[in-house]
Ligand binder design. Structure first.
Ligand code: NAD
Ligand code: TYD
Length: 380
């Protein structure tokens, strides 16, 4: 039985991981640490709140004392570290928060883990322990259209402040293993999609913009390529690494599913058009969607100025995690994208609240506007 700290567990992948983990290992003790930035949402954890073996703490990963005390008091033996600033466009506009959370925050977690797990001697420390760093394929930089996909051996060449901050964090994780013997693993995953993704990332942004009849901004020529993985498959990949991965190793996780941005956007347009055409209840719910008046969502596609330093292509060679740990993605893109669209259609209140600021107001009314380290627990 594990006692696991999930940082960033109120965000997109973290929340999916919390649900996955609680379903798969119901006896495990799960603690979520999340500061609830704009991207963190307590509604994502509604199912888990108040349940036995689950605790939510609003706090910052840069708070060394908070993290160290948590590790010791809760006797935690595993950290799965999702907490991050995660949006490339925001990193271009304001890189400081990325340096603070992704680099300083990760280093603070590593220091706290070292202190709680290594420096207190065999009597105080859990054995084994694990620090799993959730990283991205963006640390490897950009591929040409014909280049072989990224592997675990690809040299780091990050291009955005986001990617650079994740790369720096990965190096610190590696260094804590090499220098101090902290038991770490790292995963470098491709683009995720699925439920609870904040509607600033391509797929949910396009989806809600179609429903609202707003333009669908395509950066540059729309031919940039990403490798898309359904979020639950990412969670399963991390699970495989925690169970069977070798300490000190990195694993690349991909979906074997390279698609250009324009392909993705046109597919989402077509699927939403078809759903609206066949559903008499959707048309009055979303009257501004082109399909509500018999038109195609594709008319909303708008080519805009390219993102600075926009990486052309990401692709993952997933042979290591497949051969060593038996992992392959279970969800096809064809089924995953339909599940995702259905989730957003069924959870209109969720995306409206995160977009119109009412969720933010509610959080501030519960915690005070900048109560970054307030602690909330069902146990009081
Ligand atoms: P997200 O932005 O949806 O969620 C991030 C979470 O971290 C939020 O809940 C936020 O409140 C929390 N957080 C931010 N700063 C914090 C701090 N200082 N202290 C405590 N909590 C803080 O991100 P995501 O898309 O779920 O990504 C999760 C992780 O997975 C990130 O590390 C990201 O780099 C990595 N990743 C993401 C993708 C993807 O496609 N989204 C792909 C590969 C890897
Ligand atoms: P995004 O979801 O931001 O993920 P990442 O930058 O981490 O890959 O973007 C995915 C791709 O979609 C990326 O090539 C940028 C592009 N994109 C657009 O063309 N328009 C948009 O409005 C957004 C958000 C992204």
């Amino acid at each position: 039985m594990r006692r696991i700290l999930i940082t960033g567990g109120a965000g997109f992948i973290g929340a999916n991981f919390v649900h996955y983990w609680r379903r798969t290992y119901p006896a495990d003790h799960v603690v979520v640490l999340d500061s609830l930035t704009y991207a963190g949402n307590l509604a994502n954890l509604q199912e888990a709140q108040g349940q036995p073996n689950f605790r939510f703490i609003r706090g910052d990963i840069r708070d060394y004392e908070l993290v160290r005390n948590l590790l010791i008091e809760e006797r935690l033996d595993t950290i799965v570290h999702f907490a991050a600033e995660s949006h490339v466009d925001r990193s271009i506009l304001g890189p400081d928060a990325f340096v603070e959370t992704n680099i300083v925050g990760t280093h603070t977690l590593l220091k706290a883990a070292k202190s709680a797990w290594l420096d207190r001697g065999p009597a105080g420390a859990p054995s084994p322990h694990r620090f799993h760093q959730v990283s991205t394929d963006e640390v490897f930089g950009s591929l040409s259209p014909v280049a072989p996909p990224f592997t675990e051996e690809t040299p780091y060449a990050p291009n955005s402040p986001y990617a650079a901050s994740k790369a720096a964090a990965d190096h610190l994780v590696r260094a804590y293993h090499q220098t101090y013997g902290l038991e770490v693993t790292i995963s470098n995953c491709s683009n995720n999609y699925g439920p609870y993704q904040f509607p600033e990332k391509l797929i949910p942004l396009v989806l809600v913009n179609i429903l609202e009849g707003r333009p669908l901004p395509i950066y540059g020529d729309g031919r940039n390529i990403r490798d898309w993985l359904y979020v639950e498959d990412h969670c399963r990949g991390i699970d495989c690494i925690l169970q069977q991965g070798r300490v000190g190793e990195c694993y690349a996780i991909g979906g074997d599913n390279e698609k250009s941005n324009i392909e993705i956007v046109e597919l989402v347009c077509r699927l939403v058009d078809e759903k609206m055409a066949s559903s008499a209840t959707l048309r009055p719910r979303f009257p501004r969607a082109p399909a509500a008046s018999g038109r195609s969502a594709k008319e909303l596609i708008t080519y805009v100025k390219d993102r600075p330093g926009h990486d052309r292509r990401y692709a993952i060679d997933g042979r290591k995690i497949k051969q060593a740990l038996g992992f392959t993605a279970a969800e096809s893109f064809a089924t995953g994208i339909v599940k995702t669209i259905d989730w957003y259609l069924a959870n209109e209140i969720w995306w409206r609240q995160v977009m119109d600021g009412s969720y933010r107001q509610w959080i501030d009314s519960q915690y005070g506007p900048r109560a970054e380290s307030a602690v909330v627990s069902p146990r009081g």
